[in-house]
Design a protein around this ligand. Sequence first.
Ligand code: ATP
Ligand code: MG
Length: 589
Amino acid sequence: MEEKKEGLDSGSGTNGAEGGERKLDFVRQIVADDIKTDKWQGKVHTRFPPEPNGYLHIGHAKSINLNYGIARDFGGKFNLRFDDTNPEKEEQEYVDSIIEDVRWLGADWEDRLLYGSDYFQQMHDWAVELIKKGKAYVCELDAEQTRAYRGTLTQPGKDSPYRNRSVEENLDLFERMRKGEFPDGAKTLRAKIDMAHPNLNLRDPIMYRIVHEHHHRQGDKWCIYPMYDWAHGFEDSIEGITHSICTLEFENHRPLYDWFIDAVNDGRTDDGSGPWGKKIHHPQQIEFARLNMTYTVMSKRKLLRLVKEGYVSGWDDPRMPTISGMRRRGYSPEAVRNFCKLIGVNKFNSTVDFALLEHCLREDLNKTSARVMAVLRPLKVVIDNYPEGQSEALDAINNPEDASAGTRKVSFSRELYIEREDFMEEPPKKFFRLAPGREVRLRYAYFITCTDVVKDADGNVVELHCTYDPATRGGDAPDGRKVKATLHWVSAPHALKAQVKLYENLFTKENPDDAEEGRDFTANLNPNSLETLTECYVEPSLARAHALDRFQFERLGYFCVDPDSTPESLVFNRTVGLRDSWARIQKKG
Ligand code: ATP
Ligand code: MG
């Protein structure tokens, strides 16, 4: 398959990303053309059809954004529908998380939260209809035999010995399958198409299998369950979906979906006068390339393994590419939506640089996040000429990108914390921050000069002594003298202690699946993907922050309040650092 790195200039036009006259993406172009030709009487109806067998990830966000965006832009409708046809892997927990995630992304299904399993009876009745039309039969080959009979890409398959059963016998057996007379796997219902068909999907595919399993919604009502291929097209048909948008790997399933609907429509007419009644709706399937990204995995099976095998703390671990993980990490829905717009929609598979997603994230957070000061690796500073027991409140700007965000007061006192890495006892040439004898600015406060360094028995620097210049209040020297660095800081008696979690990519390789012989993607997990700092200090205004509130910690990056954080025990996640590696790549290129 063709692989291409995709970026800002990824050809395919998106719908009005920058407000300018951009070309419609190819799916929107199809929709626009259909409206023009009145193909669906001007209607547009899309859906997002997740299987509730895992949490949603950034790839799903692309699909949600596309489907919902089209409905919104063309004045159509959008359904959220669970493709809950496989009781073995599906759970209510997944249903709940998907609802929350789709809502968070801003897609609105109005009153159309739907479940494929609600159509089981209808699908069953159509299966019976196909049996009656001689287009389906009950087969007793086991899984292995079925595979052997199927043939290969180069060899035709063989007809099942059960293929030519009478309609009566098939009806009887299928009914007994439904009633629960047979154990799992004993029989299947198959479409009678063509065992020599060049498209393997059409070699008498299985429509129903026996699974004695409790369904999260249907309970024990059914013990035969429709296969995905049998169910999927009908779910769209029943809901009147006009544009059934899916990913490329379903392109060669499309002829089968078409065959199923045509088989039901055989003997039906538009006005319902035929022997089988009125024709059912035949949606149009359109395939687009799925999203792949560097440094992460997107398959639900692999994500489930990361959760089940304890490599991460759960589906919402901030390192996961899941929507819930990204939310916990501090992503905004706007950042995700902007990313989706930027990458566009097209027909060839590609891998998007993770740095591009983080670029979109920074762009949004830069505009929206309040700035605060926090010190992650504290080094104590004592201002010797500042009166003991005194403190004062200084003005600090909340967001230089947004004047309406206003200012706040930050407390200054004799004892402060600065960042350990902002001091060097023997600074190399290019280090302009604090050093013995050197003057720097404390943001929003004063110029300070380091006068003494206190060390422990092992020679580690544990405390600095400084003097401040009262004339520089607010951060400027009236005599015009300059300093080469501005440091962030917090007042030691005022600051709140906090835990801060720093994250790196979950995998060390761009393509995590590229593992040594005999190993799998877990071999490429990044052992340094999580670093927990327990001895951090944040300014006291953060005591009032709520779960998931986002901030820029000045000079350190963007952070958000972890949902497990409490006023007594603050926990922050670093969303992303300040340095935009994507912008750097773009400049170099
Ligand atoms: P699986 O079917 O293996 O469980 P899936 O990721 O395809 O995994 P679904 O729940 O079937 O999961 O996906 C719901 C919808 O999201 C489908 O329409 C699918 O095409 C789309 N989708 C899934 N993964 C991606 C992706 N990486 N990029 C874009 N769309 C995706
Ligand atoms: Mg799928």
